[in-house]
Design a protein around this ligand. Structure first.
Ligand SMILES: NC(=O)c1ccc[n+]([C@@H]2O[C@H](COP(=O)([O-])OP(=O)(O)OC[C@H]3O[C@@H](n4cnc5c(N)ncnc54)[C@H](O)[C@@H]3O)[C@@H](O)[C@H]2O)c1
Ligand SMILES: O=c1ccn([C@@H]2O[C@H](COP(=O)(O)OP(=O)(O)O[C@H]3OC[C@@H](O)[C@H](O)[C@H]3O)[C@@H](O)[C@H]2O)c(=O)[nH]1
Length: 386
């Protein structure tokens, strides 16, 4: 670890990072990377720590003196400012960020993504601390192309769908489509952070993740999360595959997404952490434009990959269609297509994603099978016995 240098050839000095939401999917991978490959210290803040337990115990771990867990709900805990003051950099990951919540718990969603983030921004600004804030690709909303006639040739023109940090508009649906409560709250906190930078000199970086996926994402309903819970698509489809039930395609599975392997994305975050002069004042798309699929194609690929890694044949009817109203309830809406432009992150940090969709699904579904297959079998035989 000694002699590590940044992109400009300068020695990297160890820093202390206050990581809020460190116990979540992205936080757990970021903590792992920081512990295994850097000398930095982490003050890990979250209400849960199950996903980072392996980094906190036993006390004999090589990095034991570099990571500390603080069980804090940032909504109402006065210890937060002290931790931000102790750190050189704050990374805010805390949020409600599963689409099933946006239209069913819009108040919690808006409070979590805007109101609860306000003190974090304020403490960083007042104490002259650097902030890396996690926003989302959802701030772009729908593409301009989505409003063109279905047969318009302009739909093929990247100018109408590639999402650029410094050019693309943010296009949300009407207020009664509460799906956009999340995107809108994230957009406003981005604008506030930007304004703190412009008016009060806050040193900030905004990250817009484009569907990062991998091990430890969300939960498997009825195993390590509520049976009626609806996680993001990777965990929904994993759950269906593990239970040998059809994968549900919302509104025909026509929406398009680009998926990036969590480990590629974490490389980008580490570059931001260690190259402040290149990252400050910027908003970065972090995604993999080469991994675009429709949700239907994702379902088909996951079915094939799962069959390979589990050794089980796939079921006769691998997918079924379901309406968004049935699946998510009233007020759901969707982003049609999400291709990140990579110019800015490439220029500032020289970063590019590496892992193909097939490869990232193979390693992720191998993890899902190893972690959950036995527990699902037991849970299902218990239900059958009752
Ligand atoms: N995973 C993605 O592809 C993706 C895409 C776009 C944006 N993001 C953003 O990245 C961030 C992290 O996402 P993730 O996928 O790791 O989600 P996650 O739900 O796994 O992690 C969020 C963590 O924040 C914690 N948290 C929430 N509210 C808190 C509070 N009041 N006090 C303390 N801790 C709290 C949760 O307990 C959880 O561990 C979020 O801001 C999300 O909006 C993620
Ligand atoms: O079982 C399912 C689950 C989901 N889907 C569809 O799959 C697509 C992807 O769904 P996800 O649950 O991963 O969530 P989305 O990509 O819509 O939003 C995500 O984007 C970026 C982040 O800010 C959040 O993590 C989340 O809002 C959507 O079109 C959804 O309707 C299904 O067809 N079936």
């Amino acid at each position: 670890m000694g002699g590590r240098v940044d992109l400009d050839g300068n020695q990297i000095k160890p820093i202390t990072i206050c990581m809020i939401g460190a116990g979540g999917f992205i936080g757990s991978h970021l903590c792992e990377k920081l512990m295994s490959e850097t000398p930095h210290k982490v003050l890990a803040v979250d209400v849960y720590n199950d996903k980072i337990k392996h980094l906190l115990e036993p006390a004999t771990l090589a990095w034991a003196d570099r990571i500390q867990f603080h069980r804090i709900n940032i909504k109402n805990d006065s210890r937060l400012e002290g931790l931000i003051k102790m750190a050189d950099l704050t990374i805010n990951l805390a949020a409600i960020c599963t689409p099933a919540d946006y239209n069913t718990r819009p108040l919690d969603t808006i409070y979590s993504n805007f109101i609860d983030a306000l003190p974090v921004v304020k403490y960083c600004s007042e104490n002259g601390k650097r902030l890396i804030h996690f926003s989302t690709c959802e701030v772009y909303g729908k593409t301009i192309g989505a409003f063109l006639p279905k047969d318009s040739p302009l739909r093929q023109d990247p100018a109408y769908y590639v999402l650029k940090e410094d050019e693309s508009p943010c296009i949300f649906g009407p207020i009664e489509k509460q799906r956009w409560s999340y995107a809108c709250a994230k957009q406003l906190i981005e604008r506030l952070i930007y304004a703190e930078g412009a008016e009060n000199g806050l040193e900030f970086t905004i990250v817009r993740p484009f569907n990062w996926i991998g091990p430890r994402m969300d939960f498997i309903p009825g195993i390590d999360g509520p049976s009626e819970g609806v996680p993001r698509v990777l965990a929904c489809f994993s759950n269906n595959l593990l239970r040998r039930e059809p994968l549900k395609l919302v509104d025909g599975g026509e929406s398009q997404r680009t998926f990036i392997y969590i480990k590629d994305a974490i490389e980008a975050v580490l570059l931001m952490i260690e190259n402040p002069a290149r990252a400050n004042g910027h908003t970065f798309n972090v995604g993999n434009p080469n991994n675009e699929v429709t949700v239907r194609q994702l379902a088909e690929m996951m079915t094939q990959v799962y069959s390979k890694v589990s050794g089980e044949s796939s079921i006769e009817t691998p997918t079924i269609d379901v309406s968004s109203k049935e699946f998510y309830g009233e007020g759901y809406d969707d982003s049609d297509k999400r291709i990140p432009d990579m110019t800015i992150i490439n220029k500032q940090l020289g970063w590019n994603p590496k892992t193909s969709l097939w490869d990232l699904l193979e390693s992720t579904l191998t993890y899902q099978h190893r972690t959950y297959a036995e527990a699902i079998k037991q849970a299902m035989s218990k239900t059958a016995a009752n």
